[in-house]
Design a binder for this molecule. Structure first.
Ligand code: AMP
Ligand code: GLY
Length: 445
């Protein structure tokens, strides 16, 4: 036996959303994985073969460590950003449990947009022109300067906002209102005083390029595109993401590899240079401008709903690679798996995911509505990943959160995958359901 385990047998998965449902399905179905325990998981995750759930607060590091010990896991995977920022990975690693998901120090690349800009500057990585401010006056002065230079303005709350703290502004007046809204009622001298990032607005299609990383290797999952706005044609407010597809016809593999070399590799090197290497997922949210790709933001985790379309397309076992990244031996594990270069092997097909969201999402999602048609969606070949659902006592699925389910269709190309996803999404009904009908539309398919 090797001194270091190379395949996880018992896995703790922290989280309970759609991305974690997709991770649970993928990991529990892989060879050698005997059990997966999700904290807190969800009713849907509890229904995955080989998976059980334990209650607990995913932000309470000592409770997560206690649950990991009680379940005798040999590996932990953290799905969402909030436990990473709360130091749950640090606590698991300190308890001797290898963990996929960075320390709080490395996860600052997501939890602070200002820190992300600082790392990118130091690494020579191209981001939009931006400034971080602790008071409205200087923020507005910078916005006016961008506006005078003919540039659009984006206003972002500095900190975790589940994709909803961003206002893309058409006018300087709108930017003024967005900055004002962040500072309203705040005292500048308070320890938790807000900070705002004011950024140049970029134009072009977006791309999500996510790598598995440690100090030894950087391996990209298939690229995907999220659709952030609530409505068709990119109308309405920003959300956590209303749908995604993979692959991207306008970002072939060679371009993905170039992006990894130009963005992820230097960012990871800078984090390592500062003594805070990242072991987990590094997600670059990019805009593909006429003048080349530009980094909008980094996340320290898989995307949601990107994971729901990326993970089904992975053509190599994932669990051993996640464990290897956690142990700092990803390069060796990739070479054992016959992987060469920056790209993980992917299936040649396509996947399209449509998010079905609750009435009132993103501002005030209404919970409690009965969800029908999920078996029909699956019977037609759709994959259904639950994000905000719960079973009631009678066994009926009920809406429990803003993004309710992501329905994924697959096919030999994007047109076929899109048709399959639309069919599956059409099968699902609940009162006030909100969804887009243009996910992966206009991709030349
Ligand atoms: P973020 O949380 O920084 O990814 O922003 C959420 C969404 O807002 C992005 O996916 C974009 O759709 C939009 N956005 C953010 N920053 C910019 C920018 N500088 N230019 C144009 N759109 C942006
Ligand atoms: N879908 C974007 C994100 O996960 O942040």
């Amino acid at each position: 036996m090797d001194a270091i385990a190379r395949k996880p047998r018992r896995i703790l998965l922290v989280g309970g959303g759609g991305r974690e449902h997709a991770l649970a399905v993928r990991l529990a179905g892989e060879p050698g994985v005997a059990a997966l325990v999700a904290l807190p998981g969800s009713d849907a995750i509890a229904g995955v073969p080989g998976v059980s759930v334990v209650p607990g607060d995913p932000l309470d590091a000592s409770a997560v460590v206690a649950a990991a010990r009680a379940a005798r896991v040999d590996f932990a995977v953290i799905g969402p950003e909030a436990p990473l920022a709360a130091g749950v990975a640090d606590a698991l690693v300190a308890a001797g449990i290898p963990t996929f998901g960075p320390t709080a120090a490395a996860a600052r690349i997501e939890s602070s947009k200002a820190f992300c800009h600082a790392i990118a500057d130091a690494a020579g990585v191209r981001m939009a022109r931006a400034g971080a401010f602790a008071a409205p006056g200087p923020a507005l002065a910078f916005a006016a300067e961008l506006s005078a230079g003919g540039r659009g303005i984006v206003v972002k709350a500095d900190g975790l906002a589940a994709g909803k703290g961003v206002t893309v502004c058409d006018t300087l007046d709108e930017a003024g209102l967005a900055v004002g809204a962040i500072f309203v009622g705040a005292r500048a001298e308070a320890a938790d005083a807000p900070r705002v990032v004011v950024e140049e607005r970029l134009r072009g299609p977006e791309a999500s390029v996510i790598v598995l990383a440690d100090e030894t290797a950087t391996l990209a999952l298939p690229a995907a595109r999220d659709h952030k706005r609530l409505g068709d044609g990119d109308a309405g407010p920003n959300t956590g993401g209303m749908g995604a597809y993979s692959p991207l016809p306008d970002l072939p593999d060679a371009d993905v590899a170039r992006i990894v070399a130009a963005f992820h590799v230097p960012l990871l090197a800078e984090l390592a240079r500062r003594g805070t290497p990242l072991r987990g997922a590094l997600f670059a949210g990019l805009i593909l401008t006429a003048d080349g790709p530009v980094l909008l933001e980094c996340n320290a985790r898989f995307g949601d709903p990107e994971a729901q379309v990326m993970l089904p397309r992975l053509a190599t076992p994932l669990a051993p690679l996640l464990l290897a990244a956690a142990q700092g031996r990803l390069a060796a594990a990739a070479s054992d798996a016959g992987i060469v270069g920056f790209l993980l092997p992917a299936t040649p097909d396509a996947a399209v995911g449509i998010v079905l969201a609750a009435a009132g999402y993103p501002d005030a999602p209404r919970v409690g509505d009965a969800v029908a048609g999920l078996p029909e969606a699956e019977a037609g070949g759709g994959l259904v990943f639950h994000a905000g659902t719960a079973h009631d006592a009678a066994g009926t699925w009920r809406v429990r959160g803003g993004r309710v389910v992501t329905v994924v269709g697959r096919g030999p190309d994007l047109a076929a995958a899109r048709a399959a996803a639309e069919r599956a999404a059409d099968a699902v009904t609940f009162a006030g359901l909100q969804r887009r009908h243009d996910i992966a539309a206009g991709t030349g398919v």
